[in-house]
Design a protein around this ligand. Sequence first.
Ligand code: ADP
Ligand code: ZN
Ligand code: MG
Length: 503
Amino acid sequence: MAKDRLAEVLERYEAVIGLEIHTELTSLRSKMFCGCPVAFGGEPNTRVCPVCLGMPGALPVPNEAAVEATVLAGLALECEIARFSQFHRKNYFYPDMPKNYQISQYDLPFCKNGHLDVEVGEGASAYVTRVGITRIHLEEDTGKMIHVGGAEGRIAGADYSLVDFNRAGTPLIELVTEPDIRTPEEARRFAQTLRTVFLALGISDCSMEEGSMRVDANVSIRPRGATEFGTKAEVKNMNSFKALHDALAYEIVRQADLLDSGGRVVQETRHWDAAAKRTSGLRSKEEAHDYRYFPEPDMVPFEFTDEWIASVKAKLPELPAARRERYAAELGLPKQDARLIADDVALSRFFEQAVSVAGADRAKPVANWVLGELSAHLNATGLAVEECGILPEMLAELVVLIEDGTISGKQGKDVFAEMAQTGERPGAVVERRGMRQVSDTDAIEAVARRVLDAHPDEVASYRGGKSGLIGWFVGQVMREMRGQANPAVVNDVLRALLDQQDR
Ligand code: ADP
Ligand code: ZN
Ligand code: MG
């Protein structure tokens, strides 16, 4: 869909968007109510037990680490934490749910009334928008259906369906936002920013592709200036940030076309088809009473004390927003660089270790190498920073070699490539390849004099006013010295010689 179509629609209508985000607590070792391990994929139905298979008589025992992770998420997002809370049964019938109900939370979620500030856009048009968090609650994930034969992956027309309960009972947190989001881009940035927070908390790997982070989007439109909300549709099945953005853009235009032609939006759940780039109606939306919620009778309610909540709060790590501020304020990084590093926990750790070796006054060049060569290397190899073979102190050593003039920036790139391939320390590469940059003024001056003597015409032109020739002279000297001279020193020496009128 053309971008300008969305822009045109958004001139007349305002979009209202609220997100519901499910995140599996993949960093926990065991499931929500039993001891089965939490992992992705694997041989179907091998990580199951009577509890997560919903066998009669099997009793759930809540995973304390999951409760703590949920409260940690709530505290990171400035939520109020419930003092009294409990699980409810949410009843519905679908073959991926062995108990025919899901243990979830209803009117007493662990966390509510929080918010997250989201930076949208870049440069001069950048702005910050605050998105309210209605609630965060804890529940268990369902199993997975695999529909075989018939129309690709569709229930209707499949020859038969298989079910895998490995995922059933995985601890899952559901976060619901207020309808505070106004554009597909804000929605994308909210989801990305939330992901950086959860990654910083270490509660999930937040993989949209593997489904450990799943975003459903509620969207409606209203004429600009209107105060009432329009009827919303809920869009599901986006498995990337781009898909979230594109599905919302499509849906906003679809709703505008409906209203423009005198139709009306019906409240329903719609499915995003990434290949066809469109949404289609899936089913009419369930109401809360359809689920016949009632308190889970197999577990006692939770009573959180202030001391317990404080003890969880004490475990909050530095969050990306605070880290961005610190990098900009204390290390002088440009805003954009600060964000790119701070949003990534592993990269931040690497960066800070490198800076602690190279020195805070070299934070900027360290950041340049982290975001430049190192990131390119990680992208090209698909390796994570902690497994790429380059240690923070190696990058620090490289930066110091360049900053103190031992090698040039250009030589630094060669050293980096070699270090990335062999794991050899930069100092050793420089020694072995005899790369030491010559900064010795006498040695450079001797060569510079030779070059000037060999090119009297160019010297005359320079002295006659063609000062741009300095670059050409520098090039000649560098070539003579096989690229090992310090370019800044070469420049100074040449200028000194050329500007001597008595020569
Ligand atoms: P429901 O009762 O249909 O589940 P909720 O009020 O619980 O609806 O809201 C579910 C999600 O939809 C929330 O994220 C909320 O912000 C969002 N939402 C509610 N009303 C609208 C609307 N009119 N347009 C867009 N999003 C909305
Ligand atoms: Zn189990
Ligand atoms: Mg609701």
